[in-house]
Design a protein around this ligand. Structure first.
Ligand SMILES: NCCCNCCCCCC(O)(O)C(F)(F)F
Ligand SMILES: [Zn+2]
Length: 343
């Protein structure tokens, strides 16, 4: 299996995040991608290719123009105000406030375009975001060109990014842009299967009123887990999208037996949609030892996931999302890929 990967992810480093009342080094750190790349080399999964540069035309069909235009300017505007550290929002247009007029102060504009305080910027963040976007589209082009499955080793991740909001370490929704790009290349229907521990609220929001892109999410119950404000089982899509969004919220402590039942149902719904291509949002924070998550999959479960997805028999783009047990992230993420290959 080919992998696409860009060293430019490393510029997104040193950023802090608000964790339980303290500003701490963000969990979404460069070593995550390096451990996965190292494991790919160790097991000899296949060649690791650099991304080609892509324009933002497909991104512009799933993200708002004002939002996309804001992302490259955040750090410079922050620094121009004499600030260092991590550029973070400080005010959000919540209920009862105006939500139509983008303010000018960068910490307020950042809030206007965020749903949480989890998408900070440092000097190299935009370059990392763009390289992650290019990684997903380069891998999508390989799938579109006939590869059965390609791994987009994306960092930063993307599935919490909606049409005009960032958050949860996500800025441009790599999987959503790749799905749109594949549609732009002629795919009639695309399914996105999001198996990260956290609900892909951004991906759901982007395609919620569309019937050409099916979105299936397996995740921790948003009543008790981040991102909290989307991801319930009754969210089935609206308008033309009615019936093309499926959420499988599961409780803390979920292990393979229950999790795999949800995967089975999701795969059945996916097969019934008869997509031309599948985009997998691969997070491995479902792992029992993940420091910020509360599912209980074990390392041996990850190849089983890959095998089940391969059994769909469809061209597959696998896009990296989350996973924070850094020591094991390579074994678990690449376990899905080798399981897919061995099917
Ligand atoms: N007490 C709740 C703290 C939640 N902290 C933020 C968690 C972000 C998860 C990000 C992710 O893993 O879903 C992604 F795939 F996007 F990287
Ligand atoms: Zn996650």
């Amino acid at each position: 299996m080919k992998t696409v990967f860009s060293p430019k992810h490393a510029g997104h480093a040193g950023n802090l995040e608000l964790l339980a009342g303290e500003m701490l080094p963000a969990f979404e750190m460069p070593s995550r991608a390096e451990f996965i790349r190292g494991r790919i080399e160790t097991v000899g999964l296949g060649p690791i290719l650099a991304p080609e540069p892509f324009d933002l035309a497909s991104a512009g069909k799933v993200h708002d123009a004002g939002y996309l235009n804001f992302l490259p300017t955040v750090w410079d505007r922050w620094a121009a105000e004499g600030r260092g550290g991590t550029a973070l929002p400080f005010a959000w247009p919540t209920r009862g406030l105006r939500g139509d007029v983008p303010p000018q102060a960068v910490e307020a504009l950042h809030g206007y375009y965020s749903f949480d305080g989890g998408a900070g910027f440092v000097a190299g963040t935009w370059e990392a975001i763009k390289s992650s976007h290019d990684t997903a589209l380069t891998a999508a082009a390989l799938v579109n060109g006939g590869e059965r499955a390609v791994f987009a080793l994306c960092r930063p991740p993307g599935h919490h990014a909606g049409s005009s909001f960032m958050g949860g370490y996500c800025y441009v929704n790599n999987a959503a842009v790749a799905a749109q790009w594949l549609r732009d290349q002629g795919a009639g229907r695309v399914s996105i299967l999001d198996i990260d521990y956290h609900h892909g609220n951004g991906t759901q929001q982007i395609f919620y009123r569309r019937g050409d892109v099916q979105v299936l999410n397996l995740h921790a119950d948003p009543m008790v887990e981040y991102p909290f404000f989307l991801g319930h089982a009754d969210e089935r899509g609206e308008g033309e999208g009615e019936g093309f969004n499926h959420n499988y919220p599961m409780p803390f402590g979920t292990a393979w037996e229950r999790w795999s039942e949800a995967l089975e149902d999701a795969c059945a719904r996916l097969a019934a949609f008869t997509p031309d291509v599948v985009v997998v949002s691969l997070g491995v924070d479902t792992f029992e030892k993940d420091p910020i998550s509360k599912f209980r999959l074990v390392t041996e479960d990850f190849p089983k996931i890959g095998r089940r997805i391969a059994a769909l028999g469809l061209p597959t783009l696998i896009v990296m999302e989350g996973g924070y047990a850094v020591e094991e992230i390579g074994v678990n993420a690449v376990g899905v890929l080798t399981g897919f290959e061995d099917a």
